[in-house]
Design a protein around this ligand. Structure first.
Ligand code: NDP
Length: 444
C-alpha cells in the first residue's frame, strides 16, 4: 500500500460518518503521489498524517430566543485546521446542513486555498446549523450575539479571523463584530467582510465572484477561448453568483440561467443584473421573483435541472456536490467546454474525472474561488495599518493574485508531468508551501 493510500485509510477509520471530509481529503491526497516520490523527506516528517488532523476542533451550544419568546438551541463549530503559514482564516457558514464533516471538508480545503493566495494565512472554517432564512433581523442578531459569546474565546486578530460564507453576509458579520468588540473592549480586525464604515475593504463583496471570472479568463485565454459571446450558467444567486454574473457580463458573456435551492430561472436574452441585485440583496426574496420584470425569463422548479440547459461555460456557485456524474454528462453532451468552481467542491470526484477525460477545461475551487479569502487577507492588512485602499487598487491586486494562482498551478502541473491539469497543479502548489513550513517548524 502506498503512503498516500495508508493515510487515506487512516482518515476514513479515524473520522467515521464524515463523507464530505473524506471526499475532500481523497481529492487532494490522490494528486500528491508524485510529490512524495520527489520529496521522501515529507514522508519521514509525517507531514501528511499531521496535515489531515485539525490542530483544534471546537463545538459549542448556541441558545437564543426567537420573536415568540421560544428558546432555541443550535450547534456551533470552529475548526482551526492548520496554522503553519499564518493565523487561522476561513468563513462561517450558517445553514441547516452544517455538521462536523462539512466544516472539516471546508477547513481542509481552506489550508491549500489560503496557501495558493501567496498571503500569510492558515486554514480554518466554522459555522452553525442555524438557518437565517425566514428569520427576522432581531432573531438573526440574537443568534449572532450568542454565537459570538462562545466563539470570542477562541479567535483574535492574530489567532483566528473568521469571515462570511453561505448564510453569513455583511449583516451577520456586523452583528458578530459588534458583540466581539463589546466582549473584548478592543477594536481589532477580528472578522473580515465588515461594512465599509467600520473597517471593511472595498472589493471584498465582489472578490470571490470577480476572482473566479479573472481566473477563468486566464484559463480560457490559455486555450484560445474567451467569455465574449459565450452562454454562461451560474448556479446559486448569492454573493459569489451575483458578482460572477457582473464580471462575466463585463467581459462580454451572457448569463442565461441562475438558481436558488428551490429552482432556477432561464433567460436566453441574459438575466438582468440590476433587478437580480435588488431582489436578492435588498429584498432578500427568492430567485423566481426575477422573472416578474422580464418578458423572456421563465422559472423552473428543482435547482439541479439547471445543468440540463445548453451552455458554453458553467460556473457552479451554490454548494458542494451540486454537479454529479449525470449532470456532468449532460453538460458535456450539450457542448459545455469550461467549468469554473465558484462554490467549494461543487463537483463530485466522478464529475471532475469525466470533465478531465473529455477535455473540458476545469478550474478547481481552491484555485478559482480564492479571491474572497485573498481580499479578506488584504482587509486584515488595511486594518493593521489603519488605512484603506481604493477600489481600483484592491481590484488590481485581486486580478494579479488570481493570475499568479493560475500561473503557479499551471507550472506545478507541468513540473509534475501533467500539463494542463489545474486540479493536480493547485493541490501540489498549495501543499508544498504548507509542507515546507511544517518541516521548518519541527514536529508540532
Ligand atoms: P450565499 O449564502 O450568499 O448564497 C448561496 C447560494 O447558493 C444561494 O442562492 C442559495 O440558495 C444557494 N444554495 C445554498 N445551499 C444550497 C443547496 N443545498 N442547494 C441548492 N442551492 C443552494 O453564499 P455564497 O455565495 O457566499 O457562497 C456560495 C458558495 O461559494 C459556497 O460553496 C461557499 O463556500 C463558496 N465560497 C464563498 C466565498 C465568499 O466569499 N462568499 C469564498 C469562497 C467560496 P438559497 O437562498 O435557496 O439557500
Amino acid at each position: 500500500m502506498s503512503y498516500v493510500s495508508e493515510v487515506i485509510d487512516m482518515v476514513q477509520k479515524r473520522n467515521p460518518n464524515e463523507p464530505e471530509f473524506h471526499q475532500a481529503v481523497n481529492e487532494v491526497l490522490l494528486c500528491l503521489e508524485p510529490v512524495f516520490k520527489k520529496h521522501p523527506e515529507y514522508i519521514k516528517a509525517g507531514v501528511l498524517e499531521r496535515i489531515v488532523e485539525p490542530e483544534r476542533m471546537i463545538t459549542f451550544r448556541i441558545p437564543w430566543i426567537d420573536d415568540n419568546g421560544k428558546i432555541n438551541v443550535n450547534r456551533g463549530f470552529r475548526v482551526q485546521f492548520n496554522s503553519a503559514i499564518g493565523p487561522y482564516k476561513g468563513g462561517l457558514r450558517f445553514h441547516p446542513s452544517v455538521n462536523q464533516s462539512i466544516i472539516k471538508f471546508l477547513g481542509f480545503e481552506q489550508i491549500l486555498k489560503n496557501s495558493l493566495t501567496g498571503l500569510p494565512i492558515g486554514g480554518g472554517k466554522g459555522g452553525s446549523d442555524f438557518d437565517p432564512k425566514g428569520k427576522s433581523d432581531m432573531e438573526v442578531m440574537r443568534f449572532c450575539q450568542s454565537f459570538m459569546i462562545e466563539l470570542s474565546k477562541y479567535i483574535g486578530a492574530d489567532i483566528d479571523i473568521p469571515a462570511g460564507d453561505i448564510g453569513v453576509g455583511q449583516r451577520e458579520i456586523g452583528y458578530l463584530f459588534g458583540m466581539y468588540k463589546r466582549l473584548k473592549n478592543s477594536y481589532e480586525g477580528v472578522l473580515t467582510g465588515k461594512g465599509l464604515e467600520f473597517g471593511g475593504s472595498l472589493v471584498r463583496t465582489e472578490a470571490t465572484g470577480y476572482g473566479l471570472v479573472y481566473f477563468m479568463d486566464q484559463l480560457l485565454r490559455a486555450n484560445g477561448k474567451s467569455f465574449k459571446g459565450s452562454k454562461v450558467i451560474i448556479s446559486g444567486s448569492g454573493n459569489v453568483a451575483i458578482y460572477a454574473h457582473q464580471k462575466v457580463t463585463e467581459l462580454g458573456g451572457i448569463v442565461i440561467a441562475m438558481s436558488d435551492s428551490n429552482g432556477f430561472i432561464f433567460d436566453s436574452a441574459g438575466i438582468d443584473l440590476n433587478s437580480l441585485k435588488i431582489i436578492k440583496e435588498k429584498e432578500r426574496k427568492r430567485i423566481k421573483e426575477c422573472i416578474i420584470n422580464s418578458s423572456t425569463a421563465t422559472y423552473h422548479e428543482k435547482c439541479s435541472n439547471i445543468w440540463d440547459i445548453k451552455c458554453d461555460i458553467a460556473l457552479p456557485c451554490a454548494t458542494q456536490n451540486e454537479i454529479n456524474k449525470d449532470s456532468a454528462k449532460k453538460l458535456i453532451e450539450n457542448g459545455c467546454f469550461a467549468i469554473g468552481e465558484g462554490a467549494n467542491m461543487p463537483c463530485t470526484i466522478e464529475a471532475v474525472s469525466l470533465f478531465q477525460k473529455k477535455g473540458v477545461l476545469f478550474a478547481p475551487a481552491k484555485a478559482a474561488n480564492a479571491g474572497g479569502v485573498a481580499i479578506s487577507a488584504l482587509e486584515m492588512s488595511q486594518n493593521s495599518i489603519r488605512y484603506s485602499w481604493s477600489f481600483e487598487e484592491v481590484d488590481l491586486r485581486l486580478k494579479n493574485i488570481m493570475i499568479n494562482i493560475f500561473n503557479k498551478s499551471s507550472q506545478a502541473a507541468k513540473e509534475y508531468g501533467d500539463e494542463g491539469n489545474i486540479v493536480l497543479g493547485a493541490n501540489i502548489a498549495g501543499f508544498i508551501k504548507v509542507a515546507d513550513a511544517m518541516m521548518a517548524q519541527g514536529i508540532v
